[in-house]
Ligand binder design. Structure first.
Ligand SMILES: [Zn+2]
Length: 630
């Protein structure tokens, strides 16, 4: 009896398990995507989808028009072709392309498979080039940048189904991502994700890997670098960002709100199609597209950008509005709080570095000076909330100001809070109060945020700041704000010094690693006497050869030692048009002049008040010295 009983139980168990298994396989509530990276044809990849069960009479399949973080229209559907829908016997089912990004399928119940081809955005000669960190790269046998929103879509009303992604990969390739693979072997990876939002939030880069893991105790951080000429390694990058990440952890109160994070870095030895370089943030990773330069020229940029992107784990990930929470990839509503998502993030990325002495206070003031100068080029009286809400269309050209004025709003808010609280409460405290009240799954209402902050912080007066300077069109009160921390700020001053002609800020590195004078509009009277021209390649300064490797030292030494009366010689390579002819020729020209004290205007300058009061010193210290509470 016992035996039989056991056997019966066993059989029932098998039956039950079998049934559960079959039910799971047949219910097909999930999207099953397969993408074979070993089969690139005409620079395209084929996507195969076994769709979830759909009961609707007809259904629309969407590929995003806009993705979070880019704040611009991308139309990823433009890169999709040969969209085919078939039933289980392989017969075609009617499908109509409604616009660039949407396909209407007539009998979704009968659909067994959908296939389509995707071309990459990085080398497609189309208008409206997509910012590379948000785009896609298909480089056969070399590298694939899978920004998932560029390859995979969703059906209306089915954004919250599970996604199962199978990647068939070339030999020795590894997929760098924040996603945790469910199964993985030498030829295949399987990722399972909860929803389209989570999928679109996780880029993957496939290539022969160069990866380093940073163990941060409560979080594991992956650094993955693709450097075509092996100029930079993941180990080097990891060493350089680790101290910043540590400082950021302390800055955030000692605990990171993540368990895994991935820095996915693609370095390019070619010019970028979009004309831009940079990174795009996600909740648990960030994707970089940067020039492949020798470590000494790119390290500080990587540190700055990584600090910015990493801080996005606070906002919008954990503090965001309803518009961002349930993001509409086809017709999104923009939140009015870009000052928070981008501005506070950018401010904190600089502030953490000065607080934890990773940069000097002088360097930090130079960063603020650059931001003040850059912000002046934008519409200064446009309320930031209005720009934010309309940054996809009407104010698209004002968006860049989120990194300038947005960060300066963060700065003014921080010091204003510290002044109101006698040094006890700053912007980070406000962020922590917000993240306690809201969270990844608890968005705030856009129109109530300012009131909420006034309420949560315990400083209702701060509402006035938002009304005037963020929601209103008043100019930020820099003089008043800096005065609170004992710094005399002036929007313009005449300075007298010995210069090379005030061209140093316009020096750029071109594609062939030459040092080029890119702009002469800021040149001073000595520069005019020297006769620099836009486009001149600097070859020698006072007889010393200028290359990427020597420029900083040669020019730096000259700057520190130059005296009025010294002779300056600069040899430039200049491209000239031949007479009567469209052809050009290049010539080496030596420019010479006697250096002299020159007057020029300097904008947005700071001077530390040597006679600052106790009170000012207290607020200054509260701003610059890390909070002991953390
Ligand atoms: Zn950002």
């Amino acid at each position: 009896m016992n035996n039989i009983f056991l056997k019966t139980n066993f059989v029932i168990a098998i039956l039950l398990l079998g049934i559960i298994d079959i039910t799971h396989a047949q219910s097909k509530e999930n999207y099953q995507f397969t993408i074979d990276l070993t089969k690139v044809e005409n620079d395209e990849l084929t996507i195969t989808l076994t769709p979830p069960k759909i009961k609707e009479k007809s259904i629309i399949y969407n590929i995003p028009k806009v993705v979070p973080g880019t704040y611009s229209i991308s139309d990823f559907g433009r890169f999709v072709s040969e969209f085919k829908v078939r039933d289980k016997r392989g017969r075609p089912i009617d499908v109509e392309r409604l616009d660039m990004n949407r396909w209407k399928i007539s009998k979704p119940k009968k659909v067994a498979s959908i296939t389509y081809k995707v071309a990459d955005t990085w080398d497609s000669e189309k208008e409206n080039v997509i910012f590379e960190p948000a785009g896609t790269n298909i480089e056969e046998k070399e590298n694939f940048v899978i920004n998932t929103h560029g390859f995979f879509g969703y059906f209306d009303g089915h954004k919250n189904n599970d996604y199962e992604l199978t990647f068939i990969k070339p030999k020795d390739f590894y997929g760098s991502t924040s996603l945790i693979s469910n199964t993985s072997d030498s030829v295949k990876d399987l990722f399972v994700v909860d929803s389209y939002m989570d999928l679109a939030d996780a880029p993957i880069m496939y290539n022969v890997p160069d990866t380093t893991f940073i163990d941060m105790g409560d979080a594991e951080v992956l650094v993955s670098v693709y450097s075509p000429n092996k100029k930079l390694t993941s180990e080097y990058v990891a060493e350089n960002i680790e101290e910043i990440l540590e400082a950021q952890r302390k800055y955030l109160g000692g605990k990171l709100p993540i368990e895994k994070y991935a820095f996915i870095i693609y370095l390019t030895d070619k010019p970028s199609l979009s004309g831009m370089m940079g990174a795009l943030e996600h909740s648990y990773s960030s994707m970089y597209f940067l020039p492949e330069l020798a470590p000494q020229y790119i390290t500080q940029s990587i540190r700055d950008i990584a600090a910015h992107e990493f801080f996005h784990i606070v906002t919008p990930l954990n503090i965001h509005s309803e518009e961002i929470h349930d993001f509409d990839y086809i017709d999104p509503e923009m939140s009015e709080h870009l000052w928070l998502y981008e501005g506070v993030t950018e401010y904190s990325a600089g502030h953490v570095q000065v607080q934890y002495e990773l940069i000097s206070f002088d360097d930090y003031l130079s960063i603020l000076n650059e931001k003040l100068n850059a912000a002046s080029a934008y519409n200064r009286t446009l309320p930031f909330t209005e720009m934010s809400e309309n940054c996809l269309d009407e104010y698209a050209d004002q968006y860049g100001n989120v990194y300038e004025k947005g960060a300066l709003i963060g700065l003014c808010l921080d010091i204003t809070f510290r002044d109101l609280s006698d040094g006890e409460y700053g912007l980070q405290d406000m962020m922590q109060d917000l993240s306690k009240k809201y969270g990844k799954n608890k968005p705030f209402k856009d129109e109530l945020l300012f009131e909420q902050i006034a309420d949560l912080s315990g400083y209702p007066e701060i509402k006035d700041f938002f009304d005037k300077y963020v929601d209103g069109s008043e100019l930020l009160p820099f003089k008043e704000v800096f005065q609170k921390v004992g710094i005399k700020y002036s929007d313009s001053t005449i300075v007298k010094d010995v210069t090379m002609g005030n061209i140093l800020r316009s020096l750029i590195i071109d594609q062939d690693s030459n040092i080029v004078i890119s702009d002469i509009s800021e040149m001073d009277s000595f520069g005019e006497k020297m006769g620099y021209m836009q486009g001149d390649i600097v070859r020698k300064v006072n007889g010393d050869t200028i290359t990427l490797a020597t420029a900083v030292e040669v020019i730096g030494t000259l700057r520190n030692n130059a005296q009025a009366g010294d002779t300056l010689t600069v040899t430039v390579e200049r491209t000239l048009k031949k007479e009567n002819d469209d052809a050009t020729k290049t010539e080496l020209i030596t420019l010479e002049g006697v250096m002299q004290v020159t007057e020029r205007m300097e904008y947005h300058t700071f001077e530390i008040d040597t006679a600052m009061t106790e009170r000012q010193r207290k607020i200054l210290n509260s701003w610059l010295v890390p909070d002991k509470k953390g």
